[in-house]
Design a protein around this ligand. Structure first.
Ligand code: ATP
Length: 312
């Protein structure tokens, strides 16, 4: 068992993206030729962990992959990014999570996600990781694994005074209210905030109102990301939400921008725990802005060396 203490631990998903580019999407029963194929590393949990690791904190991933080529490959990807892999389990009962993605000329896509091994991550793996979780600085969870596993991980962290970030993505309408109570920072995007509150969240004003509604449900603080408009931050001690704007950039590919933001936030919470949350959000905006200016998900995430020194 590891005796190491981690800055950031993520309990979440790994997905292999299998991307085919074709002139159009095939119809049912049809086979067509595409012109480009590539394999990418994704999954919200892994994305967030890898962004935090690239900024320079000690990270560990708690997840499950298949005993297959994609699983082996994903473990190597974690190692290449300096993420600790003792808590990455491999199972022969399901395949590594995969997203088969077809993109047409217009940039529209059709996607089939098979969560596979991600759904087999459970109590047993969390118990194995508990000594490490209880000594971590920050724990991050999302909803691409079983809900009970995410909630149990957040509870374990809270019971051990480990700071928690919860990203309710992909959002579900009737989220167990306990998720709010175990979240030090509840961080979502506009569409997730909309689904959770039942009200439109399409501008800063509406995001302010949504953050107040989400905070009432019991979390420590709320952050709602707003794409090129940055984010809104509301802390429990304060009744007024603050808009943290960003410099809008021309985007090349926004896939995984939210995960880059959350990975960066986890980095700042672990590395600079007394920094005001608005300042962390301001810096996380700048990290995520870099990620939207390059193609791909993890391939677009910046390393510490690529960023201005004043962010550190
Ligand atoms: P995705 O689903 O594409 O991963 P998301 O919807 O979860 O993203 P967004 O709110 O779109 O998340 O973006 C997350 C963060 O990325 C924003 O808060 C902002 O900091 C940054 N960002 C996104 N788009 C831009 C942009 N055009 N210019 C500058 N920053 C951006």
């Amino acid at each position: 068992m590891t005796e190491e203490a981690f800055d950031v631990m993520v309990v979440g998903s790994c997905m292999t993206d299998l991307v085919s580019q074709a002139p159009r999407l095939p119809k049912a029963g049809e086979t067509i030729h595409g012109h480009k194929f590539f394999i990418g590393f994704g999954g919200k949990g892994a994305n967030q962990c890898i962004q935090a690791a690239r900024l320079g904190v000690k990270t560990a991933m708690v997840c499950k992959v298949g005993k297959d080529f994609f699983g082996d490959n994903y473990i190597q990807n974690f190692k290449d990014n300096g993420v600790h892999t003792d808590f990455v389990g491999q199972t022969s009962d399901a395949a590594t999570g995969a997203a088969s993605i077809i993109v047409n000329k217009a940039g529209e896509n059709a996607i089939v996600i098979v969560a596979g091994a991600n759904m087999l991550l459970g109590s047993e793996e969390l118990q194995k990781a508990l000594p490490a979780i209880s000594h971590a600085k920050v724990l991050v969870c999302q909803l691409e694994i079983s809900l009970q596993t995410s909630l149990q991980a957040l509870r374990m962290a809270q019971e051990n005074n480990v700071k928690t970030i919860f990203n309710p993505a992909p959002a579900i309408p009737d989220l167990d209210p306990d998720f709010y109570r175990v979240s030090d920072v509840f961080c979502c995007n506009e569409s997730e905030a909309e689904l959770l509150t039942g009200s439109s969240v399409a501008n800063v004003e509406e995001a302010h109102r949504a953050s107040q509604e989400l905070l009432k449900r019991g979390c420590g603080s709320v952050i709602i990301t707003l794409g090129p408009q940055g984010c809104v931050v509301l802390k429990a001690q304060e009744s007024t939400p603050k808009h943290v704007p960003t410099t809008a950039v021309t985007t090349v590919d926004t896939t995984g921008a939210g995960d880059s933001f959350i990975g960066a936030l986890a980095f700042y919470m672990a590395h600079c725990p007394i920094m005001p949350l608005e300042e962390m959000a301001h810096r996380a905006n700048q990290v995520a802005a870099v990620s939207v200016q390059a193609i791909g998900t993890q391939t677009s995430y910046p390393f510490k060396k690529d960023l201005p020194a004043e962010l550190f």
